[in-house]
Ligand binder design. Structure first.
Ligand SMILES: [Zn+2]
Ligand SMILES: [Zn+2]
Length: 337
C-alpha cells in the first residue's frame, strides 16, 4: 500500500509499505478519507534531524471501512463504516479504563509513534473503531477523529448555550468546527480570523459576526460587537497575540478554553486573571468515551462538516495537499481513497 511519510524541512514522500495484518484484538481499516491537521504541518516543517515521524506513515484523522479483523475481535466486523480514534492506549491502566487513552503512559499516537492514516490501510485496536451512524459521511468521521473531537471536548468545558456569547479566535478547521457546534448549542457566535476564505466559511456556518483580525480597526469593531465582552472564548490559533486578544475581550467572570499554544515563552500573565476573575482552561483532543456522544450530537443537530472541506486530493498528490494546507488559503484538506 501507499503511505505518506513526512521528512521534515517541508518535505514528504509517498512510499510503498506492506499491507498491515491484524493481530489479536486488532482491526485493519481501509481508509476512505484522511484529513490533514495543523499538527501534521508541525511535523512537516520539523527540523530534519528530528526523529519524530520519520519512516512512519503520517496522519491521524481517518474514517473508512473495516477490511479485516484479528482473532477475538467482537466490537466491529468487516464492512462496518467507522471513524478511527487516534490514540492507542494499553486499555488496562487507570487512564484507559476511565476513557482517557490520550493520557495512557504507553499511549501511541497514529502518525507519531505508529503508522498513521495517510495510507490505504491503517491498523488499530478494535476499541479505536467507532461505527458511524448512517447519517454521517466518511468526512464527518474524519472530523470526529480530531478537529470536531477537539472542539466538542473544549465546548463541553465551556458549555455555550442560548444565553451566552462565544468568541472563536482562529478559523482553521478546528475554529470552524467551533462555529458550527457553538451555533448548534444555541450560542451567539463572534468569529475572529485572518483569511478571507475562512471568514467566509465562518459566515456560511452561521457565525453571527465575523471580524478580520488583520484589519487595523478589529479591536474597536470587537468593542462595538461585544460592549460588555464575551462570556466565553474558544482560542484555536495558538498565536501569542490571540492569547492577548482572548484576555482583552472576555467579560468579568468569563471563561476561555485554549487548544493551541506555539510560543515557548509565556503569552499571558497569571495576574491578568485575578481582577476580572477569568478562567482559562486547556483542552487536548477528546477522551475516547466522548466519541459516541459526539456522533449522536452531530446527527441530532444535523451538522455536516462537508462544507468545511474545500479541497480533496489523492494520496499521490500529497505534496500539493500539504503545500496548500500549509498556505492556509483553504478550509479542511482531505485525502480521499
Ligand atoms: Zn488532528
Ligand atoms: Zn493505558
Amino acid at each position: 500500500m501507499k503511505g505518506v511519510v513526512l521528512l521534515g524541512n517541508g518535505k514528504l514522500e509517498v512510499r510503498e509499505f506492506p499491507d498491515p495484518i491484524p493481530g489479536p484484538q486488532e482491526v485493519v481499516v481501509r481508509v476512505k478519507t484522511a484529513a490533514i491537521c495543523g499538527s501534521d504541518i508541525h511535523m512537516y516543517h520539523a527540523p530534519r534531524s528530528s526523529s519524530t515521524g520519520r519512516d512512519l506513515i503520517a496522519g491521524h484523522e481517518p474514517a473508512g471501512i473495516v477490511e479485516s479483523v484479528g482473532p477475538g475481535v467482537t466490537l466491529v466486523k468487516p464492512g462496518d463504516r467507522v471513524s478511527v480514534y487516534h490514540y492507542i492506549g494499553c486499555a488496562k491502566c487507570k487512564n484507559c479504563l476511565s476513557g482517557f487513552w490520550q493520557w495512557c503512559p504507553e499511549t501511541k499516537g497514529l502518525g507519531a509513534h505508529v503508522h498513521g492514516a495517510d495510507a490505504e490501510f491503517v491498523l488499530v485496536k478494535e476499541q479505536n473503531c467507532h461505527v458511524l451512524p448512517d447519517e454521517l459521511s466518511f468526512v464527518d468521521g474524519s472530523f470526529i477523529a480530531c478537529a470536531a473531537g477537539t472542539t466538542y471536548s473544549a465546548l463541553m468545558k465551556l458549555q455555550p448555550n442560548g444565553a451566552t456569547t462565544i468568541a472563536i479566535i482562529g478559523l482553521g478547521p478546528v475554529g470552524l468546527c467551533g462555529v458550527a457546534m457553538s451555533k448548534a448549542m444555541g450560542a451567539r457566535v463572534v468569529a475572529v480570523g485572518r483569511r478571507k476564505i475562512r471568514l467566509d466559511l465562518a459566515k456560511e456556518l452561521g457565525a453571527d459576526d465575523v471580524v478580520d483580525a488583520t484589519d487595523p480597526g478589529a479591536r474597536s469593531e470587537l468593542r462595538n460587537i461585544l460592549p460588555e465582552g464575551a462570556d466565553l472564548v474558544y482560542e484555536t490559533s495558538g498565536a501569542p497575540e490571540a492569547h492577548q486578544l482572548m484576555l482583552a475581550i472576555l467579560k468579568p467572570g468569563g471563561k476561555a478554553c485554549v487548544v493551541a499554544g506555539r510560543s515557548p515563552e509565556p503569552t499571558i500573565t497569571v495576574g491578568a486573571l485575578i481582577g476580572r476573575q477569568l478562567t482559562i482552561m486547556g483542552s487536548f483532543v477528546l477522551p475516547i468515551w466522548m466519541v459516541p456522544q459526539l456522533a449522536t450530537f452531530i446527527v441530532r443537530h444535523k451538522i455536516s462538516f462537508e462544507k468545511i472541506v474545500t479541497h480533496r486530493f489523492s494520496i499521490d498528490q500529497a505534496k500539493e495537499a500539504f503545500e496548500l494546507f500549509d498556505s492556509g488559503e483553504c478550509g479542511k484538506v482531505v485525502f480521499e481513497f
